[in-house]
Design a protein around this ligand. Sequence first.
Ligand code: DMJ
Length: 555
Amino acid sequence: MAKFMRGNLILKLSIILLIILFQAESISIDTFRAKEIVRQEFKRIFEQYMDNAFPHDLLLPLNCKWKDLYGANAMTLVDNLDSLIIFGEKATFQNALGRLKELSLPNFKMDVHVNCFESNIRFMGGLLSAHLQAKNLTIENYSDYFLKKAEELGTRLLPAFQTPTLIPFGSINLLSGVDADESKRTSLASAGTHTLEWGMLSKLTSNPIYYHKARQAIDSLWKRKTKDGLLAKEINIFTGIWSNDQAGIGINSDSFYEYLLKSGVMYNDHGLLQMFQESIKVIDQYLRVNRVWFRNVNVYKTNLQHFFFSSLMAFWPGVELLSGRDKIAQDMVIHYYQIWRLYGGLPEIYQLYPNSLIERYAIYYLRPELIESIYYLYLKNHDPWYVLIAKDILYGLLKLNKAKCGFASRHLYNHKSINDMDSFFLSETLKYLYLIFDQDNFINKGNYIFTTEAHYLPVLPKFDTEKYFDLKKNNISLLYKKPENNSCINKGSSFDPLENEKKKLKWKRCKRNKPFREKLSIMGLDFVENKHSEYSGINALRGYSNNYGIKINFS
Ligand code: DMJ
């Protein structure tokens, strides 16, 4: 109880009063029951996916159909292998291994154009975590199946890092490599969210190349910070010049900062920790408006660009807490949760001056970030208030989002359900909720670090960072192998994008599977059809605030 009373007492009590007045049902569920509800819902959706959608990538919650982003590569299953272990479903995990082996999935020798960041956080993270669990639980007939798949994905993503700046391309064709006309613009988060997974891949395959490449990309981005220490949201990977002038903590930046801290800790990498410390100072100085809200600024002039809250920003209290700033993290969560209560979900973007939904961005995509932060706070402080709001969130999800085959995203403005349920709803949102209610779960007692997609990796007792930097000393050279049976590459051209650039070789375009456009919109931005895309979402918003003549002086 003493813990419950700590910090922001009046706010906490008034929120409880509101819940009691309008939704007493939500907090009367006992914690064991709440845990069971989440487990049953996870099982229900998982079974629906296996029956109606597998091996396609995503299950559609309203009509039980499916959609593909990776050419039917069982994305939802791969993203949730390690969730099965958390939910105590070892037999289903064993069975899933059999199903995937039968179909040789996931298949990375596929002519499909993928986003490197998403492939990494969902497939690579999922496979590595599943591999470590399969070993740990001595799963039958395993023979390192997931690790071999992870390594194959790694080799197919590596050519993306072959650029003049060493900052990777945003997307690649898994079969033929980087297209000649691939966009040379990529986001900070895309380029800098590999170290956690690739460090583990290096460790498990004893091949330093992966960590080395991921780490070089971070160094290269870091080198390009402005005189004020800011990093923008988008960069040209050939010129190294920021191609978007905004700095912020949310969309397109978020996991860059998260990985500085987490990889720094995981791999005992002092360079990364140093960068994190400096980033925090700069964020506090230029991006933080007060204890809870942040703004985007012009990366060169440091003046205000936008002042809004986005669903993705709700991960930041977790980062604050991990870096030791508990009190600030608590204040942030209380405020973000109030927006949740107001609308029954967090909108993609929420305007803060004046506070309002923006119709176009008022969608809750079942994202996990707020629940993730609540999880960290509860794990650290054991304040029952966090269990209480987690129950309220669960109750809201059951009332507002539960659908025939899963849970559906929802428009918070017109209250319409949207036939969309991303794989992160199972692999993050439900996983974190469950872990709040299941305090005895092995994860809560162990020493793990969550990737940005909530795949859990055990903290390595010893990791020789230097070994993973100095490739010469370790006699490692990188050879880009041309993929087998590849009809997409012209004679004389290579899998190495830099060599092709030098020879001015144009590649024959492979017949494309569905482009990655839909996925990009899940990142909270609408991209225009053009490959060399503009952030039309952000630009529209800029127009919006200009139209309303918002002028705020924060200095
Ligand atoms: C997830 O895919 C990851 O958490 C990523 O870092 C960004 N956000 C989505 C979920 O919202």
